[in-house]
Design a protein around this ligand. Structure first.
Ligand code: SAM
Length: 276
């Protein structure tokens, strides 16, 4: 899978993909990233990429022409007016505008993107990007959260990181991305993934359970005894309860869409009563 990032600050990405999982994925050519300097698509002495907003107001706006040229260099044309028979980009490619006004980026969106061949990420700056770029070239606007960043670069790095780790082969253990926060339910997990202890289970849209490692005692706190007794069934039950407890405490909104068993619902009822 390939990511193309269009930015006025290509230097921002120096080093960002040179650590950990992504570095390995790049070295093994499971993922590739192209960073494209928007200023390379300007034609004036000052390499101008921005201009004042029509209608007045604060700040500057990224101009449409350099962005259109940058996209053309990646083989991406404008949407044909209502004519679906005219291909504007290769199948398996999506063009995304990073924007605080976009749909919220989530693990579900990351899963959708991980199934594509190529994702083009346009990083805005200043007041944003001339809206005609969104209208003519973009398949979606994505926001990484309800706050305003100074540029789309951090958001692009977040999208690349969260998406690439879902590409088969990128994580050492195929199962890792299944057994973590926002993961799918047990029923959806590919059967017989090798090396998965029976003490694990899919999050089913919940948050992950807490993790502990040696030493067994730290800062006057002992790691939960249940995790050290080797009883997989008991560990599984404890982990599920912790997932429910954490989700109820920190992200109760996730419970609505979560895959919950009758036992989960009973536990949640007890937890809610405890909290009253
Ligand atoms: N005027 C814009 C607004 O109020 O929505 C904010 C522009 S922001 C200062 C500059 C750029 O940062 C945006 O064009 C976008 O690319 C990026 N950006 C800011 N917040 C973002 C977010 N939450 N998610 C993704 N990108 C964001």
């Amino acid at each position: 899978m390939r990511f193309e990032i269009v930015t006025i600050f290509p230097g921002f990405f120096a080093g960002i993909f040179e650590n950990g999982i992504l570095r390995r994925a790049l070295a093994e050519e499971l993922v590739s990233v192209g960073v494209h300097d928007l200023r390379a698509f300007t034609h004036d002495r000052h390499r101008t990429v921005d201009d004042r907003p029509f209608g007045g107001g604060e700040g500057m706006v990224l101009k449409a022409e350099p962005l259109a040229e940058a996209l053309a260099s990646l083989g991406i044309g404008p949407k044909a007016d209502g004519d679906e028979s005219v291909p504007r980009l290769a199948a398996g490619t999506r063009v995304i505008l990073l924007s605080a006004q976009g749909k919220r980026f989530s693990q579900t969106v990351a899963r959708e993107l991980a199934a594509l061949d190529r994702v083009v990420l346009i990083c805005g700056r200043y007041e944003g990007v001339d809206e005609r770029i969104n209208d003519l070239y973009c398949d979606m606007e994505l926001s990484i959260g309800d706050y305003v960043l100074s540029g789309g670069e951090l958001a692009a790095a977040v999208v690349v990181d969260a998406t690439m780790r879902l590409i088969p082969g990128v994580l050492g253990n195929e199962a890792s991305s299944e057994f973590e926060s926002f993961g799918v339910a047990d029923a959806e997990i590919s059967s017989d993934i090798e090396g998965v202890p029976r003490s694990q289970h899919g999050a089913g849209g919940l948050l992950d359970y807490p993790h502990y490692t040696r030493p067994a005692e730290f800062g006057g706190l002992r790691a939960p005894e249940v995790l050290m007794n080797g009883d997989h069934q008991e560990i599984r039950r404890w982990r599920r309860e912790q997932q429910l407890r954490k989700t109820l405490a920190n992200r109760p909104d996730l419970l609505e869409g979560a895959a919950l068993s009758a036992e989960d619902r009973r536990l949640l009822e007890t937890m809610r009563r405890e909290r009253l």
